[in-house]
Design a protein around this ligand. Structure first.
Ligand SMILES: O=C(O)[C@@H](CO)OP(=O)(O)O
Ligand SMILES: [Mn+2]
Ligand SMILES: [Mn+2]
Length: 568
């Protein structure tokens, strides 16, 4: 994996730092753009081509959504998984959303694992389908659920229970009825054809089941109690998922991602679908980070699981839509193979004798390690790499929009002198995590806080002889209001009078390159992320070659071209 020197590029004496402002896109300057509406003097200067202490800054805008990051259509917003995969791979790989679509259209999802799941069903066992129920297409898609239900019925399933996590984060924040309503109707129609299929439990994705990076196992415990135990003593009960949503909406401030867990009960008050011995369970999310813990809860043997008291552990056949952690082999069985991302920037860096450092806080830790490494948690070389995780606050981000940006900055400054990395990969979570709350004031503060931290760390990096590539993985806080066809915000309950938009955006993302030696380079205006007719610009995947070039290395021949070229 040795790379030759890149003609015209010289490795700086300090590190090449890839700094990712999560969820910070380039959108028009409106009252609902937290990026432009916040006071960010340092960032503004960088984007106008002025680096700190007279350094040159090159500024451009990159694609970070749709096909540029391996998603099915240009209408798909980017997300952290595909964004960090692209940044780390330097190439565009077909991602989970696309691979699962392909498996359904070819019929390949009916694999040996599928048959194994179906086997007990002809003897009266129940098939439980569980996952995020929306068309956000970041973690999951409703279409996949119907294909699973139809496929299972074709293969003889007589009793199916569906456990639904409300989204309100990749889609409108109070849209659960738009999803659960049609679902209940469709299941009713299937029941008329003689198959016993019902929604059995659920909850909000940020309260139940979908924790990530072990930030809060309590979420998984609440989900387990609802889906698996059907615990009607401790959890609110309803007659259907629609009934549950209507109940929760009595609180006008309640939004879908924060629904408490719920259990659906019959006329006698008994849970309609607790999970029992011999049942089969399929988790339908395709994205890994928020699916690993619940999968562990289902698969770990008694005595091996210490995160919470599972109380009852049914002996089930469990599978995921995909494998969520390839290193740890979680889950053991899955329907569709994950993208095989090999030879990432990080691996090349380490195998070319350079040191690599990654740092973020809990909520984004796996992004700069696992996702950046091409879905691999383990280090390529223990001695050459250092990964630092600052524990995130457990409270909601609107109450602490500064998050752990200052502490991440402390780690950067410390390791500039201690670990002395050649490549540094940093993620500031604020723009994204606060953007997801829909709170404009908090999102502005999040951006100002990121600016303050950049104004501190970037001069430090440059004064150690380094170079900075500052960018984002996708947009989010650049559009904080849901707008109608006329381009103006829809009325809603935010203090500004609009309806919050809490999901990512499809906007391009900013990219600034500044620091030592940049005056020798210029933007490579012909760089593109592909030859697709929809491709009109470079994308974040082009930054793989860019980072290698800045380290003085020639990019591998299958990498997308760098956004930089040496001046003639
Ligand atoms: O919170 C998450 O899981 C996603 C949105 O669904 O955000 P990101 O891709 O930025 O991690
Ligand atoms: Mn992100
Ligand atoms: Mn996000």
């Amino acid at each position: 994996m040795k790379l030759s020197p890149k003609p015209g590029f010289t490795k700086p004496s300090g590190p090449v730092a890839l700094i990712i402002m999560d969820g910070v896109g380039q959108a028009p300057d409106t009252a609902w753009n937290a990026v432009t509406q916040s006071r960010t003097p340092f960032l503004d200067k960088l984007m106008s081509g002025e680096g700190p202490d007279g350094a040159t800054a090159l500024f451009t805008e990159l694609d970070a959504s749709g096909k540029s990051v391996g998603l099915p259509t240009m209408g798909d917003m980017g997300n952290s998984e595909v964004g960090h995969n692209a940044l780390g791979a330097g190439r565009v790989f077909d991602q989970g959303a696309k691979l699962v679509n392909k498996a359904f259209s070819s019929g390949d999802f009916k694999s040996d694992v599928w048959k194994w799941l179906m086997e007990p069903l002809t003897d009266g066992a129940t098939l439980h389908l569980l996952g995020l129920y929306s068309d956000g297409n970041v973690h999951a898609h409703v279409n996949h659920v119907f294909q699973l239900i139809d496929g299972a019925i074709d293969d003889g399933a007589k009793r199916i229970r569906v456990h639904v996590l409300a989204d309100g984060r990749d889609v409108s924040e109070r849209s659960a009825l738009d999803y659960f309503g049609p679902l209940e109707k469709r299941l009713e129609a299937i029941r008329e054809s003689g198959v016993d299929v019902r929604v059995a439990s659920g909850g909000g994705r940020m309260v139940c089941t979908m924790d990530r990076y072990e930030a809060d196992w309590g979420m998984v415990e609440r989900g387990w109690a609802a889906h698996c135990l059907g615990d009607t003593e401790n959890i609110q009960t309803f007659s259907s998922s629609v009934d549950a949503v209507q109940g929760f909406y009595k609180d006008e401030k309640m939004t879908d991602q924060y629904f408490p867990p719920f259990v659906v009960v019959d006329d006698n008050g008994d849970a309609v679908g607790p999970i029992q011995d011999n049942d089969s369970v399929l988790f339908w999310n395709f994205r890994g980070d928020r699916a690993i813990e619940i999968s562990t809860a289902f698969e770990a043997e008694e005595g091996e699981f210490t995160h919470f008291d599972r109380k009852r552990v049914p002996k089930v056949r469990y599978a995921g839509m995909m494998q969520y952690d390839g290193d740890a082999g979680i889950p053991k069985r899955f329907l569709v193979s994950s993208p095989q991302i090999e030879r990432t920037v990080a691996e090349y860096v380490v195998k070319n004798g350079m040191k690599r450092f990654s740092v973020s806080e809990t909520q984004k830790y796996g992004h700069v390690t696992y996702f950046y490494n091409g879905n691999r948690a383990a280090k390529f070389d223990e001695n050459m790499e250092k990964y630092t995780c600052v524990p995130s606050y457990k409270q909601r981000e609107q109450t602490r929009p500064w998050m752990k940006a200052a502490e991440i900055s402390d780690e950067i400054v410390k390791d500039l002198d201690e670990f002395k990395p050649d490549l540094m990969v940093v993620n500031y979570a604020n723009g994204d995590m606060v953007g997801h709350t829909g709170h404009m004031i908090a999102a502005r503060m999040a951006m100002e806080c990121v600016d303050l931290c950049l104004a501190r760390v970037i001069p430090e990096i440059i004064s150690r002889g380094g170079v900075v590539v500052l960018t984002a993985d996708h947009g989010n806080c650049d559009i904080m209001a849901e707008c109608g066809k006329d381009g103006n915000p829809k009325p809603g309950s935010q203090p500004e009078g609009w309806r919050a938009k809490v999901s990512h955006t499809k906007q391009q993302v900013p990219c600034v390159v500044t620091g030592n030696g940049i005056e020798n380079y210029e933007l490579n205006e012909s760089a593109r992320w592909g030859d697709d007719p929809d491709c009109k610009a470079a994308g974040i995947a082009n930054l793989g070659a860019t980072v290698l070039n800045l380290l003085g290395l020639e990019e591998p021949s299958d990498f997308l071209p760098s956004i930089l070229k040496a001046k003639a």
